[in-house]
Design a protein around this ligand. Structure first.
Ligand SMILES: NC(=O)c1ccc[n+]([C@@H]2O[C@H](COP(=O)([O-])OP(=O)(O)OC[C@H]3O[C@@H](n4cnc5c(N)ncnc54)[C@H](O)[C@@H]3O)[C@@H](O)[C@H]2O)c1
Length: 357
C-alpha cells in the first residue's frame, strides 16, 4: 500500500458523516487519508460481509460497525465503496437511489459494458462522485506531465511503461477474490493497470488504437498475469505498456515509466508518488525532483486538493463535482477493453473508438 503523505493537510470545518462499505486494504488507506485531511470518522458507520474485518476497521478508524450496506448509506452524508469489484455497481446504484454522494474504487466494474452504465447513471444522478484513480494526484505524474508538455521538450515521441508486482492472491494481500473472475472481472490489466492506462492518457494523450497479447501462466481462468500492449496515440506518439503479476515476493510493486520527447527524456522510477522524476534535455540540461520538494511544487497542480480523499470530501461539502469522476474511469475502461479484444484476436490492432458497448 502506498505510503501516506501529509503535504496537503486541510481542515474540513463541517465534516460530513462518511460511511464505508467494504473495509479491507483500500478502505484502510482511505480512512488514513481522510484522517490526514481532518475528517473524523467517529460519526460514520462501516459494513463488511466479513465481520472481523469491519470490527478491525472500526477499532482502528473510530467508525461504528453497522449491520447492512443500507444502514451505512442511510446514516452517511457520503459513502466509500471499497468492496471487491463485482459489488461496485450495485452499491453505486444504492447510493444513487438514496441520493448520497459516493467514492467508488477502481475499476468501476468487471467489464466495459457495466462501466458504461455506471458512468451514465452517476452522471445523470448529478451527485458528487469520484473514482479511485488516485494517480491523477500523484506528484510524480503531475510533474512528469509538466515536463512533457513544456514547449522546450518538443513533441512527445514514445513512452515505455512497465508495471510489475507479485500476483496479489499471495503475500500480504492474500486476496482470494483477485483469483476469481466473477469478482475481479480479469487479471493484472483491469484489476491493477487500469491506473497505468489512465496515466498513459494523462501523460501522453488520447489513445487511438492498441495491439496486445496476454498470458495466463498461473492457470487461473480469466485472470491474465501478463499483458504486453503496443499503443498508438492520436498525437502521433507510439508506446508500450507491460503489466505483470509474477511470483517474486521479495520485489515491491514497481512502476517504471520513460517518456521520450524530441528534446527531452523524462523518467519516473522507484516511487511513482514521491519520485524521483528525472529529466535530461538535448542542450545538456538535467534535473531531478523528489520527496517534499516534488510534493510542494506539484500541490497547486492537483485538482482541488493534493490528497484524493480531502478533495472528495471538500467537493461533498461544497456540493460540487469531484475529480476524477466516472467519465475519466470509463475512458480507461474503454482502452483496457480494446486491449483485451486485441489479445483475444491474436494481437490484431483494435481502434479504441470502436469500443462502444
Ligand atoms: N485505488 C487503488 O490504488 C486501489 C488499490 C487497491 C485496491 N483497489 C480496489 O479496491 C477494491 C477493494 O480492494 P482491496 O484491496 O481493499 O480488497 P480487500 O479484499 O482488502 O477488501 C475488500 C473487502 O470487501 C468486502 N466485501 C465484498 N463484498 C461486500 C459487500 N457486498 N458488502 C460489504 N463488504 C463486502 C470483503 O469482505 C473485503 O473485506 C477493489 O475494487 C480493488 O480493485 C484500489
Amino acid at each position: 500500500m502506498r505510503r501516506l503523505h501529509s503535504t496537503s493537510v486541510i481542515c474540513v470545518t463541517h465534516s460530513p458523516v462518511i460511511g464505508f462499505i467494504g473495509t479491507g486494504h483500500i478502505a484502510t488507506f482511505h480512512s488514513k487519508m481522510l484522517k490526514i485531511s481532518g475528517v473524523n470518522l467517529v460519526r460514520g458507520g462501516c459494513y463488511d460481509i466479513d465481520v472481523a474485518r469491519s470490527e478491525a476497521f472500526a477499532k482502528a478508524s473510530g467508525s461504528t460497525v453497522m449491520s447492512s450496506e443500507q444502514e451505512v448509506i442511510n446514516s452517511s452524508d457520503a459513502v466509500y465503496i471499497c468492496t471487491w469489484t463485482s459489488e461496485h455497481q450495485r452499491l453505486a446504484d444504492m447510493c444513487i437511489a438514496a441520493g448520497k454522494p459516493f467514492f467508488c474504487e477502481k475499476p468501476l466494474s468487471v467489464d466495459f459494458t457495466h462501466a458504461l452504465t455506471m458512468n451514465a447513471q452517476a452522471s445523470a444522478s448529478g451527485l458528487t462522485h469520484q473514482c479511485g484513480l488516485i494517480l491523477r494526484r500523484s506528484p510524480a505524474y503531475l510533474w512528469a506531465r509538466e515536463l512533457i508538455t513544456d514547449p522546450k521538450a518538443g513533441a512527445v515521441m514514445s513512452v515505455v511503461f512497465r508495471d510489475d508486482q507479485f500476483i496479489p492472491i499471495q503475500g500480504h494481500y492474500k486476496s482470494t477474490w483477485r483469483g476469481d473472475v466473477e469478482k475481479a472481472g480479469a487479471g493484472t490489466l483491469l484489476e491493477h493497470s487500469i491506473h497505468d492506462v489512465d496515466m498513459l492518457r494523462f501523460l501522453i494523450g488520447e489513445v487511438e488504437s492498441v495491439s496486445a497479447r496476454a498470458t495466463y501462466k498461473h492457470g487461473i481462468e480469466g485472470i491474465e498475469d501478463c499483458v504486453a500492449a503496443s499503443v498508438q496515440f492520436a498525437n502521433g506518439a507510439v508506446g508500450t505498456l507491460t503489466t505483470i503479476w509474477h511470483d517474486n515476493l521479495s520485489r515491491p510493486s514497481l512502476r517504471h515509466v520513460e517518456v521520450f520527447c524530441e528534446h527531452r527524456t523524462v523518467i519516473i522510477a522507484a516511487d511513482d508518488w514521491f519520485g524521483p522524476v528525472t529529466w535530461s534535455d538535448t542542450d545538456g540540461a538535467t534535473g531531478s525532483l523528489e520527496g517534499t520538494e516534488l510534493t510542494e511544487r506539484t500541490a497547486p497542480l492537483a485538482m482541488k486538493d493534493a490528497n484524493p480523499d480531502g478533495a472528495f470530501v471538500r467537493c461533498v461539502v461544497d456540493g460540487e463535482a469531484a475529480f476524477p469522476a466516472f467519465d475519466i474511469a470509463l475512458e480507461a475502461h474503454r482502452i483496457v477493453e480494446a486491449m483485451y479484444r486485441s489479445a483475444r484476436n491474436s494481437g490484431n490492432s483494435v481502434d479504441v473508438k470502436s469500443v462502444t458497448e
